[in-house]
Design a protein around this ligand. Structure first.
Ligand code: NDP
Length: 518
């Protein structure tokens, strides 16, 4: 890396003598974030069989700071033949890794958790730069990733004890025993909204189960993911157990098509999830799909309005609304609708929308230019269709970067895309209801079934409503808390399978039953 000059508050760099070619561009790196250069300058960004390689794709990928819309790094991604090298390495490593004890795998997982915590400050800064997350959000992200590895370290420790448990067959001449086998080398494809966490939710249980892994990160947030490879090297994870192949959709598609990959776990959009499933279907390979949502939040008549406002705001504005679990459809009891809406508008008005330059930022920018364009188009359509916008409704005027105002729409028709489709931005649609049955019916009238929230002072009554909602995870009087030992995943079009907890481990294991003559 050859530093050219320093301009007030901004480092400008000339990149990079790659091993095989030279790519030159100018980068803007905010000094106040102090992201270490080793996380930003990756002349070798492909990790295969325990070694870093120069990506052999034809063109570099540029990392963009969403707070400024300026480039801050660039790397050469993998070529399709490097996908083959990664899957081959994962297949080779699987032969030994599957035979390690649960205790051994547990120690590696604990070491990854510790490594993430050691680098927490740097990873927080990187996520602020790359994802646009406010500091407190980036901190939660790194903490949750580490907690996931810790949780599966605990799970792995106990796995050997459950192998070979006998099953009574009711026949004295025969004995039965159940074993669990890792599925093989697995392909893990993730999105950009919570890059480190969504990868942890896949990688930790996969390694715990005895699978080897090839990770395809999002092209938009690759740099944070590469830290997993750094850690693999530091902790002496056997070569080939973890491989990372940065690249775009074509690299994800090549991974899905590779005959050595025995399971695919995907987080992202329904459109791509459908492609991943089709590719897996053509080889009869199992998939786990963690897809979109249009999740409801129900504010019951007896709700404490101040509490309801906090929960509703967190449900749609955290991570700038870029959450599969965002509670983007709000249903409020008619009797309190006016008071609640007034209080929510007050809250939205106070939120500080800002980039990493502002330590008080509460809502950052959207992460990618594509997402910014998509959300702006949604807001323009809402305007053209005459929806009742009571807050926001446009990009933050007069500033660079991908900032959208916290936006709230009232009385949104139930057939409008703003009510029905995932937006992935800080955009809330509100309707009121007159009975709990009506609220439940409206809440369940969606193609999705990922998450939901219910708010009401009578916690038992609110929990009873929760039982009637078609959602994989329902929060009652709290918002968006996900613990490693609870299930994550959805009904209907929100996906297939569950991550986290024992269910997340099952996604990477098959059952083998041995019946033998006694
Ligand atoms: P995608 O679903 O396209 O991307 C998710 C991952 O899949 C990325 O790593 C992507 O690579 C990869 N990918 C793309 N095409 C293929 C393919 N054919 N085979 C295998 N992998 C592939 O999401 P986007 O980033 O394009 O976001 C689009 C929309 O998806 C958002 O507006 C949002 O609504 C929704 N979304 C939902 C998420 C969720 O958690 N449910 C997460 C992110 C997005 P690459 O990014 O490099 O192209």
């Amino acid at each position: 890396m050859d530093e050219q000059q320093t301009i007030a508050g901004t480092h400008q760099f000339r990149l990079i003598e790659m091993e095989t070619r030279a790519v030159t561009t100018t980068f803007s790196r905010p000094q106040h974030l102090n992201v270490p250069a080793d996380l930003l300058d990756r002349p070798k960004a492909v990790f295969v069989n325990g070694r870093w390689q120069v990506g052999r794709a034809a063109a570099p990928m540029i990392s963009i700071d969403p707070s400024t819309a300026k480039a801050f790094s660039s790397f050469l991604p993998a070529s399709p033949d490097q996908v083959g090298e990664a899957t081959e390495a994962a297949e080779r490593a699987f032969a030994d890794w599957r035979r390690t004890s649960g205790g051994e795998r547990s120690r590696f997982l604990s070491a990854i958790a510790a490594g993430l915590r050691d680098r927490k400050a740097d990873l927080v800064a990187l996520q602020m730069l790359n994802n646009g997350k406010p500091r407190y959000e980036a901190e939660i992200d790194v903490d949750d990733a580490a907690a996931t590895f810790d949780y599966y370290a605990g799970v792995a420790k106990d796995l050997d004890a459950e192998q070979g448990r006998s099953v009574a067959l009711g026949d004295d001449t025969l004995a039965g025993a159940t074993h669990f086998e890792p599925l093989g080398p697995v392909g893990l494809i993730v999105a950009w909204n919570f890059p480190m966490v969504t990868t942890a939710w896949k990688l930790a249980p996969a390694l715990a189960a005895g699978c080897t892994a090839v990770i395809k990160p999002s092209e938009f947030t690759t740099l944070a993911e590469l830290v997993y490879a750094d850690l693999a090297g530091q902790i002496g994870l056997p070569a080939g157990v973890l491989n990372i192949i940065p690249g775009g959709g074509e690299i994800g598609a090549a991974l899905c098509a590779d005959r050595r990959i025995r399971k695919i776990s995907f987080t992202g959009s329904n459109a791509t999830g459908s492609r991943v499933m089709a590719a897996a279907a053509s080889r009869i390979v199992p998939v786990s799909l963690e897809l979109g949502g249009k999740s409801p939040i129900i504010i019951l008549e007896d709700a404490d309005i101040a509490q309801a406002v906090e929960i509703a705001a967190a449900g749609i504005f955290f991570n700038c609304g870029q959450m599969c679990s965002a509670t983007s459809r709000l249903l409020v009891a008619e009797g309190i609708a006016e008071d609640f809406t007034t209080a929510l508008l007050g809250k939205a008005d106070q939120l500080i929308v800002a980039g990493h330059e502002d330590p008080g930022a509460q809502i950052g920018p959207l992460t990618t230019p594509e997402q910014f364009a998509k959300v702006k188009a949604v807001l323009e359509k809402a305007r053209a269709d005459g929806l009742d916008c009571i807050a926001g409704g446009s990009a933050v005027p007069g500033r660079q970067g991908f900032f959208i105002e916290p936006s709230i729409y009232r009385n949104v028709p139930t057939d409008h895309p703003l009510w029905r489709e995932e937006i992935f931005g800080p955009v809330l649609a509100i309707r009121s209801f007159t009975s709990t049955d009506e609220a439940v019916a409206l809440a369940n009238d969606t193609d999705f079934g990922l998450a939901a929230t219910v708010v009401g002072t009578d916690g038992d009554a609110a929990a009873a409503v929760a039982r009637n909602l078609d959602a994989g995870h329902v929060w009652v009087n709290t918002s968006q808390m996900i613990f490693p030992n609870t299930a994550w995943g959805g009904f209907k079009a929100s996906g297939i399978g569950r991550e986290l907890g024992p269910w997340g481990l099952s996604a990477y294991r098959g059952v083998k039953h041995i019946t033998r003559a006694a």
